[in-house]
Design a protein around this ligand. Structure first.
Ligand code: 5CA
Ligand code: ZN
Length: 409
């Protein structure tokens, strides 16, 4: 699949700092020191009801990761998937009487437009589940042949007991895992499974549902976790720097994915850090497609809201926090944008060299975007009250917020 166009990232004077990031698996903030090419996998959308503010906030977090790495003069190899066939997508298409492929294509196109408008840097590889099927089938066959997977009425399940590291991503106990598995696409109560938590790798063709040739697995379609593993291993290989997504993916999705990859390769860990963004809520509840309490990026854009203000609204919360979307959050972002634009539109101002370092420092400290915004606010306030004589300052501030925060003034 094609991704979306990249906005230019201005180069800043000097060099950024290595990223310290909170890793869900070790429950610690670790300093990542990637090679010359940093490797990032971020779970993409299931293309219906896109792009809501929760999606946008999560992709914003990983866009900051890219920008911090680019500022350290590394390249970034970024891979993202699109879950363009899965139960919830098929259910939605059926409910609304739409063709599932058309629904997926339309929503993926909308997502691309929203990502472009929000100036999120695109992945180099943007891969759909359907196009990944030829790579998924041999992996499932290998797991089965190694005794790490088994068949149940034609479906193929992964045996969580085959991975001695199982549980290390989420750190949850069996009971908590069982509850989350039932909530998030698993089927812990299906009779005949070896372990209730075992996730499906390959679902045998169902009447009235799409299916593909699965070689020795028979016709069917892939399970959710193996989709991301196949795409990540093909394009990034083991031991990549960050596996990312919202906190609702820590279990079962990232736990299971790590297990699949670790059993397939015999290597550990799949990713050096598992990074999870907090959940955005609306009216006190997690914004989610199943509840329908959604605010869409495209709806705000249509209403004439400047996408830069949306981006600033996202940036005003720490990525790990759970927070609530309100009209006030957006109004505050619009006010801030007005101040910043006025401040950089003057021919000179207070020196901004220290500001570049403050923004770098804030972001390298577990992506503390609110602290970065506060630093820019201080410069803008000084510009308003005292001004300054540095003619390069307004331009440097513009380039800094553009390069590191994706904010175009
Ligand atoms: N296709 C899978 C990942 S392989 C999926 O989870 N798709 S999704 O469309 O449901 O979500 C896309 C991304 O947005 C995921 O990282 C998810 O964790 C994140 N997300 C979903 N809802 C919210 C929310 N309310 N707040 C923050 N992030 C969210
Ligand atoms: Zn995923």
């Amino acid at each position: 699949m094609h991704a979306w166009p990249a906005s230019e990232v201005p180069a800043l004077p000097g060099k950024g700092r290595d990223l310290q990031i909170h890793d869900t698996a070790t429950r610690k903030t670790i300093t990542l020191v990637p090679g010359p090419v940093a490797r990032l996998y971020v779970c993409g959308i299931t293309p219906y009801d896109a792009t809501h503010m929760g999606h946008a906030a999560t992709y914003n977090a990983f866009d900051l990761v890219q920008r911090v790495w680019l500022d350290t003069k590394r390249q970034v190899h970024y891979v993202q998937n699109v879950t363009d066939v899965d139960d919830p997508l098929l259910e939605r298409a059926l409910r609304d009487g739409h063709d599932w492929t058309e629904l997926a294509e339309r929503e993926t196109a909308l997502f691309r437009e929203d990502m472009t408008a929000l100036r999120m840097l695109p992945p180099q590889h943007y891969i759909g589940a359907v196009e990944a099927i030829p790579g998924i089938v041999p992996l499932v066959e290998r797991l089965r042949d190694a005794g790490a997977a088994y068949e149940l009425d034609g479906d193929v399940y992964f045996s969580v007991e085959s991975d001695s590291h199982f549980g290390q991503v989420s750190g949850l106990d069996a009971e908590a895992m069982r509850l989350l598995s039932a909530e998030r696409g698993g089927d812990p109560d299906r009779p005949g499974k070896k372990n209730p938590l075992d996730p499906m790798l390959w679902m045998a063709a169902r009447e009235g549902e799409p299916s593909w040739d699965g070689g020795s697995l028979g016709r069917g379609r892939p399970g959710w976790h193996i989709e991301c593993v196949a795409i990540a291993l093909e394009h990034l290989g083991m031991g990549f720097d960050i596996q990312g997504g919202g906190s609702d993916l820590a279990f079962p999705h990232h736990e299971m994915g790590a297990s699949h990859a670790q059993v397939l390769t015999g290597e550990f860990p799949m990713a050096k850090a598992y990074v999870h963004a907090g959940m955005v809520a609306l009216h006190g509840e997690k914004m989610s497609k199943s509840k329908g309490n959604l605010v869409f990026v495209s709806a705000l854009r249509r209403a004439g809201v400047d996408p830069v203000a949306i981006r600033l609204a996202l940036l005003s919360h720490h990525y790990r926090a759970d927070w609530e979307w309100t009209d006030q959050v957006l109004a505050d972002a619009e006010t801030r944008l007005g101040h910043w634009r006025a401040a950089v539109s003057r021919p000179d101002g207070p020196s901004a060299e220290a500001l570049v370092e403050e923004v770098r420092e804030a972001l390298s400290r577990d992506l503390d975007a609110p602290a970065a915004l506060a630093a820019v606010d201080r410069w803008a306030a000084l510009q308003e009250t005292e001004g300054g004589t540095d003619e390069s300052a307004p331009g440097l501030v513009s380039r800094t917020v553009d390069a590191l925060l994706g904010v175009a003034l």
